[in-house]
Design a protein around this ligand. Structure first.
Ligand code: PHE
Length: 447
């Protein structure tokens, strides 16, 4: 096929890849979902489990996706054909479906955030933060901001991998870190700061021991979501990396920077929640907006502080949404002779339509979030781990490229066996618990 012979674009610089992957990882998962999970699972106990999970499972699992992407130089569906195992392409198909579902509601939440950014300038939510969230989170206005966010995302993706994504994230990621640090300094001066730090940073190991069967799966789902694993984003991004790069080093940096942003976000959110007397974990998907929005309304310079805070979150959400859309678009371009702009337009329109029910009802949105993060992402990781560990024969060889050692080097071999047995068991376990829990939630909701 002629398309296959065209030389694939590569990241212009090593930093380009790392920043794009960090841009994907850092998003609503860090700032909207992470604090919410911390609140639901008892504070610092969750933080400890989450950090452990990222280090012990998340990074090696990210390398699993890198190996598939770089060795195949294909999108997540064609990757498996290219590696000579077309019968595993259903993993890629599952990933594309998961991506569609995640982006559809992700864009709705990002639409709320966009709206709060503008509303900060006029102080629209300063009077009744909770009620304001109720008014804007579901209904035609939410559909409108969902549409706006999808259009901006689509324009960047349509511009192409080098010009669009790489340039955008080079500006976005550093800006995000700077703004968060500024907001932490502000949160530090609040009355509830000490209580917030205590809740967030001082773990009670008794709580972990007693609740680990609920904390572990939540931590796992959050880790996969926030690292953008389980749906082919990292396969796609790695398909543009050169062979002289050390995947382990790049993966370590990506996970580190992403985790840093979550930790920083928590350092803003918890002092604020304790200052306004909102119990963490009590507010559902609107908690960040009602809680933080309400606090921002009280402080001097509230319009600017609000604009900065929600502006940062919008930027972070944009670079993540770009990465999901890129998987879908890259699949369409690699398989059909469609131009990038056409593919982007058509796919974005479909995602927009799928997202309308989530924009009309936060219950639907929560259902999409639970199903994708708790079930589909761990399933995607689990299947890719089986493939890389047990089916594809050149995994260790691919990981070794760019490290100076070969496939029989200590690290590649250790990693391979680590993927084959411990990771498989842990992710399989998480999957079973999450499936059982989700089944319970669904039956509760429907009956
Ligand atoms: N990691 C992104 C975030 O934390 C969300 C995401 C999930 C992006 C899955 C791509 C794939 O917001």
């Amino acid at each position: 096929m002629a398309l296959e012979e065209v030389t694939r674009e590569k990241w212009a610089t090593r930093l380009g890849f790392i920043l794009a992957a960090v841009g994907s990882a850092v998003g609503l998962g860090n700032i909207w979902r992470f604090p919410f999970q911390v609140g639901q699972e008892g504070g610092a106990a969750f933080l400890v489990m989450y950090l452990l999970f990222v280090a012990i499972i998340g990074i090696p699992a990210m390398l699993v996706e890198f190996v598939v992407g770089r060795s195949s130089e294909r999108n997540p569906i064609n990757a498996f054909d290219r590696l000579g195992h077309g019968e595993w392409r259903f993993i890629g198909i599952l990933g594309v479906i998961t991506g569609f579902l995640i982006l559809s509601y992700y864009s709705v939440v990002a639409g709320w955030v966009t709206r709060y950014t503008f509303a900060s300038l006029t102080g629209a939510y300063f009077g009744e933060a909770g009620a304001y969230f109720g008014q804007i989170s579901a209904g035609p206005a939410a559909v409108g901001f969902h549409a706006l966010f999808m259009v901006v995302t689509a324009v960047i993706v349509a511009a192409g991998i080098q010009k669009g994504i790489e340039m955008a994230v080079k500006v976005m990621v550093p800006a995000l870190l700077v703004l968060l640090v500024g907001l932490i300094a502000y949160a530090f001066t609040l009355e509830g700061a000490a209580q917030g730090y205590e809740y967030y940073l001082s773990p009670d190991f008794g709580v972990i021991a007693a609740n680990w069967t609920s904390i572990l799966p939540a931590a796992a789902g959050q880790a996969f979501f926030t690292l953008s694993l389980g749906m082919g984003v990292m396969i796609t991004y790695a398909s543009y990396i050169d062979e002289d790069r050390n995947l382990g080093v790049d993966g370590g940096w990506i996970a580190f920077l992403n985790t840093l942003v979550s930790i920083l976000a928590g350092l803003v959110v918890f002092p604020v929640l304790f200052t306004i007397g909102t119990e963490p974990g009590s507010g559902g998907p609107g908690e960040l907006f009602a809680g933080v929005g309400g606090a921002i309304a009280q402080v001097p310079g509230s319009r600017l502080v609000g604009f900065l805070f929600f502006g940062v979150v919008t930027i972070a959400a944009l670079s993540s949404a770009i990465s999901i859309l890129e998987v879908l678009v890259s699949y369409a371009i690699d398989n059909y002779s469609i131009e990038r702009p056409t593919a982007t337009a058509v796919i974005s329109a479909i995602v927009f339509v799928v997202g309308i029910p989530s924009a009309m009802s936060t219950d639907v949105l929560t259902l999409f979030d639970a199903t994708t993060a708790q079930l589909l992402l761990p399933l995607g990781v689990f299947l890719t781990v089986i493939f890389v560990g047990w089916v594809y024969q050149d995994s260790a060889k691919e990981l070794a490229k760019g490290t100076g050692s070969d496939a029989s080097g200590t690290l590649p071999v250790l990693w391979l066996w680590y993927v084959r047995i411990p990771i498989l068991i842990v992710v399989g376990f998480v999957l079973v618990i999450n499936a059982t829990e989700l089944y319970g939630t669904l039956t509760d909701m429907l009956l």
